[in-house]
Design a binder for this molecule. Sequence first.
Ligand code: NAP
Length: 284
Amino acid sequence: MMNVSGETAVYGVIGNPIVHTLSPAMQNAAFEAIGLDAVFLAFDVPVGEAEYAVRGVRGLGIRGLNVTMPHKETVLPFLDEVDETARVLGSVNTILNHDGRLRGFNTDGAGAHHALEESGVTLAGKKLILLGAGGAAKAVAYALGREVAELVIINRTSQKADAIARTVNEKFHKKIATGSFSPDTIQKSLQDADILINATAAGMCPRQKESLVKKAWLKPDLTVMDIVYDPVETQLAKDAKAAGAHVVSGLEMLLHQGAASFEIWTGKAAPLAAMRQALLKQLR
Ligand code: NAP
């Protein structure tokens, strides 16, 4: 049990529901690993109450927050500043309380970028196929769209893919194609692709047998990242591994988005090994 005193800095995560969050395990392990007198708690904040939670951060002197569903968009008007990425995405997952001024950030895209980078994947000149057009997909497209040569966004609701393509294109002037889900669209786009990222909820527990990509479409010269992290190894990741592809797990993205939040709050390098171990312990 950590020593909590009157000097202990308080951090936390807000969401609804929040009971399954992995952030307290990951962030408390980080504080402990580098000997910071800080504690990280989970707060269940009902829909419509985000304003009061944010006011509470200022009122109670909470040093920083992670923000998860359903509050990532609704907290924005209550912050003093929002960084460019979070503003473009319209979504905040990290709040820093800097002497009473609340600054919003979004580290999801950086999490995906660092996870790929750490596993040796280069993005320049590559063709990326992104499945999904929800909040996480938008963050991934915005973070990686700057560097890849070509981006294809495929989503069940194709208008959402079009909207993300417009946002990325306005900023980075890239070659972006969009499509709606069909086996044909996915198979054809994969033929000359370098990187495939699943940013849909398909394959997530309890539907862990589900994958939007057939085994036969996967190949050894492909990098596959499934951002779903529960289960740790999704059906898509299993199939990609069997096909000889390079696999990057969603747990690595979760780890790196948490590490980026930690660095915003503390200004210190995140102890990745301790944080990864804490995540794995929770998920196994
Ligand atoms: P979201 O905004 O609700 O978007 C969900 C996306 O999944 C949409 O594109 C949706 O398509 C698609 N989708 C859901 N079920 C599907 C199905 N059965 N078949 C095809 N498409 C399906 O959610 P989100 O925040 O982007 O999160 C998406 C996933 O990423 C979740 O599993 C979440 O846990 C995971 N995630 C991981 C990390 C990480 O750090 N590893 C970070 C954030 C999120 P429509 O638009 O057509 O509805």
